[in-house]
Design a protein around this ligand. Structure first.
Ligand SMILES: Cc1cc2nc3c(=O)[nH]c(=O)nc-3n(C[C@H](O)[C@H](O)[C@H](O)COP(=O)(O)OP(=O)(O)OC[C@H]3O[C@@H](n4cnc5c(N)ncnc54)[C@H](O)[C@@H]3O)c2cc1C
Length: 425
């Protein structure tokens, strides 16, 4: 892989997401050689992907080149590669560009969409877990309306203009809200030949409420916001089948060419750890992030979970958890390399939030819950500050202000056509 052998312990991080990138930025490379491997050459800010999918933001305002972020770090090497196997006996990784040895390994590979074993839905629905997938969704949404124009049959038009979103967590709720705003403010003027009032947005959730992990108050408020915006909310409803046109659920069937799957994620990591007893599909870790049975293998972020008395189900799969774990492990690894004592990881819950649309959001702080305009401003401020660099913050802010004033969405481009499968093989 052409990485120089230094007289320093080599720390290899797999994954430049929230956890891996935070660790890479924070680790002191005076004491270690750092190698960051990711299958992409960029980091994705996943919380704003729904705005890319609904033509609100350009993809490059929420993705950053890893090399740019880490350009000032010495003893640091970045490789764009897919890691396929961890060979812990040989302390070595198998990757798409060759083998790489490590002294310390950090697994920060995150999660992938979970279809709960339903192959047909996997084949025919639209996920939104990567930037590419959100761009696919943007193309498909816009293509659907272009195609609707060519149909004279109302039923066929409706199938193209209807959207069914499965999963009313923050992603599903935010997508439903953004589609509803497209319907209200953009599509009627872009497609005056179509009766956009016919467009239906269905949000389906198996749990009895939307935003299930949030407070009752936030969930009720979000439901009201969604209904006021014309979204059809179906709770306690199971999706049973999809053939490319009809979504069968435990309550009703819906006709749509676009089923968006936001119903869950599952940890994803390279082969080689088959002997581990996983917890809910995630890699178990101790108080500092170490994988049991190994001295030098750690896991952080969505891929890992530390079960304790306080958190019997482990911490949630959230960006804030991943970032805090990355920062803590950077410090602990320095301590380990220097033979000093480590410090157990303690998660600081700063709250959760979701936005539904213009002036509409809900925020749960550890002791306080609020919704509406102030929550929306809070949501925007927090997400702006979480973006990696000043340029992105400025670009996103300008986009948001422009959209707010003009009720506009600037990126309604089908740059790359998406050819969706229409029936299962
Ligand atoms: C649509 C969406 C919205 C979200 N909104 C929020 C939110 O509002 N607030 C919040 O706190 N959290 C949110 N989350 C969750 C949050 O994004 C995740 O918890 C967070 O990204 C986890 O960080 P991570 O570093 O574990 O994984 P990721 O950020 O997913 O990073 C994993 C990295 O590993 C790389 N990788 C994976 N496998 C390999 C391999 N084999 N070889 C090489 N590289 C590999 C990937 O390319 C990726 O860069 C959202 C998630 C999604 C999908």
């Amino acid at each position: 892989m052409n990485i120089p052998q230094l007289d320093l312990p080599r720390v290899v991080i797999i994954g430049g997401g929230f956890a891996g990138l935070k660790m890479a930025r924070k680790i002191n490379t005076k004491h270690v050689q750092l190698v960051l491997i990711d299958q992409n050459n960029f980091h994705t800010f996943q919380p704003l992907m729904y705005q890319v999918a609904t033509a609100g933001l350009e993809p490059d305002s929420i993705a950053y080149p890893l090399r740019k972020i880490l350009k000032r770090k010495k003893n640091t090497h970045i490789r764009m590669a897919h890691v396929s196997r961890i060979n812990s006996d040989k302390k070595c990784l198998e990757t798409s560009i060759g083998e790489l040895s490590y002294d310390y390994l950090i697994i920060a590979t995150g999660a992938v969409t979970n279809y709960f074993g339903n192959d047909k839905i996997q084949e025919l629905s639209m996920p939104m877990k990567t930037l590419t997938e959100s761009l696919n969704l943007r193309s498909l949404v816009l293509q659907n309306f272009e195609k609707s124009l060519t149909k004279t049959n109302i039923e066929e038009q409706d199938e193209l203009m209807n959207f069914v979103i499965v999963g009313a967590g923050p992603t599903g709720v935010e997508l439903a809200g953004a589609l509803s705003e497209l319907k209200k403010h953009i599509l009627p003027t872009d497609f005056p030949d179509l009766d956009i009032r016919r467009m239906q947005i269905h949000l389906i959730e198996a749990a009895p409420k939307v935003l299930n992990p949030m407070s009752e108050k936030s969930s009720l408020k979000a439901t009201k916001f969604l209904k006021d915006m014309g979204v059809n909310v179906w709770t306690s409803t199971m999706v049973e089948d999809y053939d490319g046109t009809t979504v069968k659920t435990s309550k009703e069937n819906f006709k749509t060419k676009t089923l968006i799957w936001a119903a869950g994620v599952a940890a994803d990591f390279p082969k080689g750890l088959e002997d581990l007893e996983l917890v809910g599909g995630r890699i178990p870790i101790d108080e500092i992030g170490r994988v049991p049975g190994f001295d030098n293998v750690f896991a952080i972020g969505d891929v890992a979970t530390h079960v304790s008395e306080k958190n019997p189900r482990g911490l949630p799969m959230l960006g804030s958890v991943a970032q805090q774990q990355g920062e803590a492990l950077a410090k602990n690894l320095k301590a380990l390399v220097q033979g000093k004592a480590t410090k157990n990881f303690k998660y600081k819950d700063k709250g959760t939030m979701a936005t539904i649309g213009r002036n509409k959001a809900v925020v749960d702080l550890p002791r306080y819950t609020f919704g509406g305009f102030f929550a929306w401003m809070t949501w925007m401020f927090v997400h702006l500050m979480l973006l990696v660099d000043f340029r992105s913050r400025l670009v996103v802010l300008v986009n948001w202000v422009w959209s707010y004033i003009n009720f506009d969405r600037g990126t309604r481009l089908i740059v790359r056509r998406y050819n969706k499968k229409t029936s299962a093989t």
